[in-house]
Design a protein around this ligand. Structure first.
Ligand SMILES: *Cc1c(COP(=O)(O)O)cnc(C)c1O
Length: 339
């Protein structure tokens, strides 16, 4: 890997050496298996293919200045995958097995963890699918859990910079009491039309409103939303938002910095009062928002007038990244060193 240009890597797939897999059959999970094949061979009548029994996770491993590899809050991803399983009637994987799989796949692909200086990371993608030949609509008899990894470049190649997002009222990514709170592929399928339209119009993402009343902010397609006003970190509360681990971590750091955290329904119009706004998630940590255009009612909220990220976003971003790369002490026990 000596000749790799880590900093130029995109958020894409690159073949690595190994992935790990585990099957649920006859009511129990089997042993973790190591594979060097990128292919999975499944029955054409598997429930994941027809009825969307599929969930996934996303987390990262970082190489520190000290050469150690750190994985960020994987127990939280393990718990969230269990919640996804409960939400679409799949088998629940014990968190310890999830963590063992992550440790193993990272260790086996150690040479793909980008060096500290690159600002890149190893993206870890766990997923679970329903297997077994079945045509009737009911939960699958068997499941497969697997984890693969792929190195990904730094999210902000031209520096930490804000972008524009849009509100499009004719689309929802999840139903009011639907699957918005769990990480399932179906939510992403439902967001593709709006997402592509937003990209064509020059926006980085869609900021969804609550699907019931269209009065409150929900989240962006693949990331949570927060705003900063004065000394407050304000993030939406709703029945259709995916609980982001990045957002949860940022709320803790915000409290540590002396900010007040408000988790509550946020009326759309309140955007006008925000000093800063941002998307947050594993991919970018924080992606600041410069402007929000409410397309259907032709209203624009300009947040970053100078086109620069706000000071609070910048501080939170630097703090969380420092913990992830091991530059600052991990006072909450958020990182696992892979040995
Ligand atoms: C994964 C995801 C996020 C971000 O969650 P993190 O745990 O911070 O990566 C936000 N929204 C949706 C819809 C997601 O699927």
């Amino acid at each position: 890997m000596e000749n790799m240009n880590w900093s130029d890597l995109a958020f894409g797939y690159m073949k690595t050496d190994y992935n790990v897999r585990c099957y649920y059959r006859d009511g129990k999970w089997g042993e973790l298996e190591v594979s060097s094949s990128e292919i999975i061979n499944i029955h054409m009548a598997a429930t994941c293919l027809h009825y969307g029994q599929e969930s996934f996770e996303g987390l990262k491993a970082f190489k520190g200045k000290d050469g150690k590899i750190r994985v960020f809050r994987m127990d939280e991803n393990g718990k969230r995958m269990q919640s996804s399983s409960r939400g679409i009637k799949m088998a629940e994987l014990p968190v310890e097995m999830f963590e063992e799989a992550v440790r193993k796949v990272v260790k086996l692909n150690e040479r793909f963890v980008p060096p500290y200086e690159s600002g890149a990371a190893l993206y870890i993608r766990p997923l679970m699918i329903g297997l077994g030949a079945q045509v009737g609509v009911k939960p699958a008899p068997e499941y497969m859990f697997m984890v693969f990894v792929t190195p990904v470049g730094p999210y902000f190649k031209g520096g930490f910079k804000p972008s524009k997002v849009c509100i499009m009222r004719e689309y929802d990514r999840a139903a009011p009491q639907g699957t918005g709170t769990i990480k399932v592929g179906g939510n992403y399928a439902a967001s593709l039309v709006a997402g592509e339209r937003a990209h064509e119009l020059g926006y980085a993402a869609v900021l969804y409103l609550d699907p019931k009343e269209k009065k409150y902010l929900d989240e962006c397609g693949p990331a949570n939303f927060f705003g900063i006003r004065g000394n407050s970190y304000i993030t939406p509360q709703s029945h259709s938002i995916l609980p982001s681990i990045t957002n949860k971590s940022l709320q803790q750091l915000a409290v540590d910095m002396g900010l007040t955290v408000e988790r509550r329904p946020i009326p759309v119009e309140e955007i006008a009062t925000f000093d800063e706004a941002a998307e947050c998630g594993t991919a970018a940590v924080i992606a600041p928002i410069s402007q929000i255009d409410d397309l259907d009612i032709n209203k624009s909220y300009v947040i970053a007038k100078d086109g620069k990220p706000g000071p609070v976003c910048e501080k939170l971003y630097n703090k969380l990244r420092a913990i992830q790369y091991g530059d600052e002490p991990d006072t909450y026990g958020w990182v696992t060193v892979i040995e």
